[in-house]
Design a protein around this ligand. Structure first.
Ligand SMILES: Nc1ncnc2c1ncn2[C@@H]1O[C@H](COP(=O)(O)OP(=O)(O)OP(=O)(O)O)[C@@H](O)[C@H]1O
Length: 621
């Protein structure tokens, strides 16, 4: 961690443990991650703080959220069962990555900070057994919230309309809430709201008073005002529409002109094979003639408009690449990183230190126009755990896809690399599995109609970004043929006869994801989705020596066998040889989340999460 973060964390501890200092090993002369500060867990690379768990330590000072949140990567904070008093400062909203906040069993007072409703990543919030008062902030805004526990406080006002279908824990009992109980969709009973005498409506025992009858419609002049307002509203809307249409037309025209200018510039450096031509630029007519003569892609480069557009480097979404020409990209120093089944991958070094990953695919038999359309479609859909294509180039013979280079490597490296694999703990593996499943589920829904699945999912295509979050790379590149009389994944055992059309694309991804899960569970190497691992696992399961399957480092870590087996069952469902019987990735994401929640619940209730008994801190992402 940085000196600044260390200093802030020391300040936070100083405040929280005054006037009775606790004996932790935190010190300015050591590092929270490398020297294992008690109660602190870090990311896999031991570079940033992820969890702070200081439970049951008799802490009695005040909460300096401002200092705490200078550890911007903090995702879990638990101060359960202490005697911390005073308010929770609004600055808690600066801990943007918080997913779990446990403050129960303290003496906190004042309002629950409004800024909590801006913590978009928050999943679990427990403020129960304190002296909080006042109204609740707009917590239903936090769409991913899974639990809200606030029993035994003095909170008042209305209970907001949470998304109760998304909550698995909810309790606001023994407070001063008033007004109607929102529709809890039958998910929570009386015990979750009991002890609030001013609440009414089911499941509380008090009936709500009938609303007063609406006043009779008045025939006064206000009717005229209302309809005048109504019509002027329409006029305004019409005007707005006209402005939007005119603006869009102007923008389109300008974009078209700009593209034409770029094409003319780039044409001069691309020859028919899509390689840079450093000779002086021939004029356009002569190139058209030569392309006609040779019948090669040069003709499509210059003759059809779609071909012309593709002959330039199309930049989709990168401020770094803004204005970059294809020849600049091709001339930049590059290193060959790997040669896969579908092409080569280069690490390209740009001036200014930026690095790109450029995938060069040969023999992808897709018309240039269809390729360009696919790239634009893929660009339309964004997910934080899917690596976006930032630029592309396509000629008949060759396609280039440009991504940002991810210095933290792939899941494959992490699992099978030298020392780090051993430190890849269960919590982190679960979190990778959950993120990848969720991202894939999102993409499958978005591309359902187009039938664009990933097509080549594997651990080398799951990359870690700068914050060590997993990102799926190369989405949508390899699903070439939607007729799919054949199986895209040559190595998958093929009993696919009855499945039809694009539907199968998605089921192929399921199989591939199942193999990734098996890799996470077994720690065994898989090359190119080879079916050996699946066969071995199926054999071992048949012979009922299931425990042998799991990666020894998980066994040594003491991971619950129940949860390992649950995850194995999910993997086996995914690799079902009959594609129709595989679940959807959405169902898989739900199953993994359930396993993850069980894990979280067990961590929260484990006595070993207390500092006094803490072993090696878990490494979390
Ligand atoms: N954006 C990226 N940043 C960093 N490394 C990457 C990136 N994309 C791919 N890699 C890594 O580069 C290596 C080569 O990638 P490549 O895509 O050529 O291989 P592959 O995925 O094994 O093969 P293929 O996709 O052709 O089946 C892999 O180890 C992969 O993890």
């Amino acid at each position: 961690e940085t000196e600044e973060v260390k200093r802030s964390l020391m300040r936070f501890l100083g405040q929280i443990s005054s006037p009775n200092p606790v004996n932790l090993n935190w010190s300015m002369s050591t590092d929270p991650c490398n020297n294992h500060w008690m109660g602190v867990s870090c990311n896999l690379k031991s570079t940033s703080v992820k969890k702070i768990i200081l439970e049951n330590l008799g802490l009695s000072g005040s909460f300096d959220a401002n200092s705490l949140c200078s550890a911007e990567t903090l995702s879990v904070l638990s101060l359960k069962s202490n005697s911390i008093s005073g308010g929770v400062p609004e600055e808690i909203g600066k801990c943007k990555q918080l997913t779990h906040l446990y403050l129960s069993g303290n003496k906190f007072s004042g309002n629950i900070p409004l800024s909590l409703s801006n913590l978009n990543n928050l999943k679990r919030l427990d403020v129960s057994f304190n002296n909080f008062s006042g109204a609740l902030p707009d917590l239903p805004r936090v769409s991913g919230l899974k639990s809200f526990l606030a029993e035994n406080n003095q909170l008042s006002g209305a209970i907001p309309e949470f998304d109760f279908t998304n909550l698995d824990h909810f309790n606001v009992s023994n407070n001063n809430f008033s007004g109607p109980v929102p529709d809890m969709k039958g998910r929570f009973g009386l015990s979750s709201i009991a002890g609030n005498p001013l609440l009414c409506g089911k499941p509380s025992p008090n009936a709500c008073p009938r609303p007063p009858p609406p006043p009779p419609p008045s025939k006064s002049s206000s009717g005229f005002h209302k309809s005048a307002l109504f019509y002027s509203g329409y006029a305004l809307l019409g005007l707005l529409l006209v402005i939007v249409v005119v603006f869009t037309l102007i923008k389109r025209k300008k974009a078209k002109e700009a593209r034409k200018v770029e094409v003319v510039k780039v044409e001069s450096v691309v020859d028919g094979n899509g390689s840079p031509n450093n000779k002086s630029s021939p004029n356009r007519d002569s190139r058209e003639a030569s392309s006609d003569k040779n019948g090669n892609s040069r003709s499509s480069v210059t003759s059809a408009e779609a071909g012309m557009v593709s002959s330039s480097l199309t930049i989709l979404s990168s401020p770094v690449l803004k204005g970059m020409q294809l020849d600049e990209l091709l001339r930049a120093p590059a290193e060959l990183i790997g040669r896969g089944r579908h092409g080569s991958l280069y690490k390209v070094f740009l001036d200014g230190g930026k690095t790109l990953a450029v995938k060069r695919i040969k023999g992808w038999d897709i018309p240039v126009e269809a390729f360009e359309l696919r790239m634009r479609n893929l660009d339309r859909v964004r997910h934080p755990n899917v690596l976006p294509i930032i630029a592309f180039y396509g000629s008949k013979e060759e396609k280039l896809l440009v991504y940002e280079f991810q210095e933290n490597g792939s899941l494959f490296n992490l699992l099978h690399g030298t020392k780090e694999g051993r430190r890849f703990d269960w919590g982190s593996r679960l979190s990778v599995a959950a993120s990848v499943a969720e991202a894939l589920a999102y993409m499958h829904v978005e591309f359902q109609e187009d039938g664009i699945a990933h097509g080549n999912l594997k651990s080398t295509n799951i990359l870690f970004n700068s914050t060590m979050d997993p990102c799926i790379g190369e989405y949508g590149l390899m699903v070439i043929n939607n007729s799919l009389s054949h199986n895209n994944n040559e190595n998958e055992p093929s009993k696919e006869t009855s499945a039809q059309g694009p539907y199968l694309n998605f089921k192929v991804d399921l199989y591939a994801f199942g193999i990734v899960l098996l890799e996470l569970l077994t720690g065994k190497l898989v090359h190119n989705n080879e079916p050996e691992l699946a066969r071995w696992v199926q054999k071992v399961v048949r012979e009922e020596w299931t425990a042998e399957i799991f990666d020894n480092s998980l066994v040594v870590e003491g991971v619950s066998e129940d949860r390992l087996v649950s995850m194995l069952q999910v993997a086996l469902k995914c690799i079902n040889p009959c594609s129709e019987e595989r679940p959807s990735i959405y169902q898989v994401a739900l199953m993994i989340n359930t396993i993850r929640e069980e894990e979280e619940r067990s961590i929260a209730s484990e006595p070993s999460s207390n500092v006094s008994e803490q072993r090696e801190p878990n490494l979390v992402f």
